[in-house]
Design a protein around this ligand. Structure first.
Ligand code: ADP
Ligand code: MG
Length: 317
């Protein structure tokens, strides 16, 4: 019998991301029925206790929020009791060491964890005041309002045009599709590079272009929130800075929540930052907890917690 080398934690995480990303593509391609987001009645303001200084737009309800959220995978806790708001129009960065639950939390926001067998979400995850996990809420509709961009771009095996037109088509849109495609590609800062080759295969584009195409595909259905899980970590520095510029251009129309392990990136793009870490839990196994949430400026320049100070100054993680 031959031994296969044990998978490293990073390989394992990459394999899981890959599987989820293709599950997401499959879902799109085979289950495109999207109804209205008929949720439970709004539950009121979920974050009244939060200090006002966190809000770029004081007085307005957050577009999304976590309230006491805990997540486990097959009964193994991954995230414990996390609460923070996502104000409308902001860019919120999730930072923290690998395994601290950043991707897990991000996926709670568009019900993507539903596609992970054995994953259980407890607590209060809200979108525009609606409990996202209420039984009446259709997860596929949620994923239209709240798009997810993976680390590795996952265009459909179709043409550039068909990738962007896919969402509006499956929604039964009967207006000028060319117009929608152009607008989404312009918003994703890709139009000039692809306007003469819209019929070509999306997979022939460079990695940076594919990532902007995936963003254009999400934008074509006018999402409210874009979730980005390390969207630039597989890209070269020029493509990375394009993605960062793009994030700035998309807000405040679109709210962005980004996971990044690149602290400079968080400092450059985010208005608000949540710092998570892994801590021993009950039996000594590690679980992700929120240490601190605040303006990016405060988290980096004046952290309230010494664990945050150690992390942002590069002393651990
Ligand atoms: P981060 O994004 O901060 O690196 P993750 O959210 O990927 O952290 O992981 C948090 C914890 O949940 C880790 O212990 C990880 O092993 C576990 N985990 C993540 N995804 C899965 C999965 N699909 N199945 C089982 N455990 C998972
Ligand atoms: Mg992750």
């Amino acid at each position: 019998m031959t031994d296969t080398p044990a998978m490293s934690a990073a390989d394992e995480a990459a394999r899981r991301d890959e599987a989820l990303s293709s599950a997401c593509v499959d879902e799109y391609l085979h289950e495109p029925e999207v109804g209205p987001l008929a949720g439970a009645a709004p539950l009121g303001h979920p974050c009244v206790a939060q200090p006002e200084q966190w809000w770029p737009n004081p007085g307005e309800d957050p577009v999304a929020s976590f309230g006491g959220v805990s997540v486990s995978y097959r009964a193994t806790p991954a995230v414990d009791d996390v609460s923070f708001p996502v104000p409308r129009g902001s860019i919120v960065a999730l930072i923290g060491p690998s395994g601290s639950g950043k991707s897990t939390l991000l996926r709670c926001l568009n019900r993507m964890n539903d596609l992970v067998p054995g994953c259980r979400v407890e607590g209060d995850v809200r979108y525009r005041g609606i409990d996202l996990y209420a039984p009446e809420v259709d997860p596929v509709a949620v994923r239209t309002r709240i798009g997810l961009v993976f680390q590795r771009p996952n265009p459909f095996p179709k043409s550039i045009y068909d990738n962007v037109a896919f969402g509006p088509r499956t929604h039964g849109f009967h207006g000028d599709l060319d117009d929608i495609v152009e607008r989404a590609l312009r918003r994703a800062a890709l139009w000039d590079e692809v306007k003469t080759r819209l019929g070509e295969r999306a997979l022939a584009l460079s990695g940076g272009q594919q990532q902007r195409l995936v963003i254009a595909r999400a934008l074509a259905v006018e999402p409210d929130i874009l979730l980005m899980d390390e969207p630039a970590s597989a890209l070269d520095p020029i493509s990375t800075s394009r993605i960062e510029d793009l994030m700035r251009e998309l807000t405040p129309d679109v709210t962005i929540v980004i996971v990044t392990h690149n602290l400079q990136q968080a400092a450059r793009v985010a208005d608000l930052t949540a710092f998570l870490t892994s801590e021993p839990h009950g039996d000594g196994s590690l679980v992700g907890r929120l240490v601190e949430f605040g303006t990016t400026e405060q988290i980096f320049a004046n952290p309230a917690d010494e664990r945050t100070a150690a992390y942002v100054s590069g002393r651990f993680g």
